[in-house]
Design a protein around this ligand. Structure first.
Ligand code: UDP
Ligand code: MG
Length: 341
């Protein structure tokens, strides 16, 4: 008699973390619980892991990860040499886990996204979807300001032709082949939620209620948020060009003021012939040109950054490479690619 062994998919849960010492212990607990349930109910392989990417935190985030990884085989981590940003942390996590997993879930470290959506995502993947987006069904827990700006952002992005799944952040499941194609997008101006839909493949959406942050503060203060949105639109930016843009807009505003003033002077008969039209066009054309130049500059700045082709991040420590993987299992999975039966 012999045993029929069914190969299950290995799930990699990738979590970016920047100064998350307050939230991380609970997050690890909760995610470990979700993963254990999935393993026990034979939904995913026991070689599945939670991989935290420490994005150059200044607090105890990395030592929390190291301690957890030492105690728990299902937990591992990657340590950046400095802060490279949320999007780069996600890419690094996917790159590092690519060979160890068959399906990949990315989720924030603050547990604002409901972890109960993970089993649903895994189930949708089993139904044949390569990409499963997590989308919030309401924004009640966000401030009115954040809600308003987010709404405006998705509207503008839509008008500009950037395909996105509304109200989905970076909480999603991807199959290995979807990750492979995502990693082929070599741009430095990363805006994952705009890129992932371009990968294509069958996709679906799982809805969940987004909660308040468990602990710690948002790592996206208003300034970072505006920056993030702006990068999404132009893909990148260069500060001096923005300054020119501001001056251009200021100049256009002056033009309107001058127009009113010139008309008033004209009507009261205090002008030399030609003065009004000259005054108005001077400011208007000047402002318009500055705006034009700055927008051009945005794209040149973007090209500049891409051409330099600097590394997107530097990894200082990688616990994945230290950990003993079940070699036989890894080989078996490599043989049949997706890890299917
Ligand atoms: N994050 C990161 N690097 C950064 C900023 C944020 O890795 O430079 C991580 C952060 O630890 C969290 C996720 O990105 O896991 C989302 O950040 P946050 O929850 O602060 O954003 P918000 O939910 O307020 O938009
Ligand atoms: Mg958050």
């Amino acid at each position: 008699d012999y045993k029929v062994e069914i190969l299950m998919k290995r799930l990699m849960i990738v979590v970016p973390a920047y100064n998350e010492e307050e939230a991380l212990p609970k997050t690890l607990d909760v995610l470990d619980g979700v993963l254990s349930d999935l393993i026990e109910t034979n939904k995913v392989d026991k070689a599945s892991k939670i991989v935290i990417v420490n994005d150059g935190s200044a607090d105890k985030t990395w030592s929390i990860i190291e301690d957890a990884a030492a105690k728990n085989d299902h937990i591992s981590g990657i340590n950046f040499s400095r802060n490279y940003g949320h999007q780069n942390a996600l890419i690094a996590g996917l790159t590092a886990t690519r060979d160890y997993g068959d399906i990949f879930v990315t989720i924030d470290a603050d547990l604002q996204d409901d972890v109960n959506a993970i089993p649903k995502m895994v189930a949708e993947n089993a139904n044949g979807f390569d990409i499963v987006y997590g989308a919030r069904n309401s924004r009640e827990t966000d401030s009115a300001f954040k809600r308003g700006t987010a709404e405006m952002f998705y509207k503008i992005m839509g008008k500009l032709g950037v395909e996105m799944v509304p109200d989905s952040a970076d909480y999603r499941l991807m199959s290995q082949r979807a990750v492979d194609h995502l990693l082929e997008f070599k741009e430095h101006n990363l805006f994952l939620r705009g890129i992932v839909p371009r990968v294509g493949f069958p996709s679906t959406v799982v809805y969940y209620a987004r909660k308040e942050r468990e602990a710690g503060e948002s790592k996206y203060p208003l300034k970072k948020m505006i920056n993030f949105a702006w990068d999404g639109i132009t893909s990148f930016s260069v500060a001096p060009m923005r300054f020119i843009l501001a001056v251009g807009i200021f100049s256009m505003v002056i033009a309107v003021g001058m127009m009113i003033y010139a008309i008033y002077r004209e009507l009261t008969g205090h002008t030399v012939a030609g003065w009004s039209s000259l005054m108005v066009s001077l400011w208007f054309i000047g402002g318009f040109q500055l705006i034009g130049i700055s927008i051009l500059g945005e794209y040149i700045g973007k090209i500049f950054n891409e051409v330099k082709d600097r590394p997107r991040y530097v990894i200082q420590d990688n616990l994945l490479s230290n950990q003993d993987f079940d070699d036989k299992q890894a080989e078996k999975h490599l043989d049949d690619g997706m890890g299917e039966v």
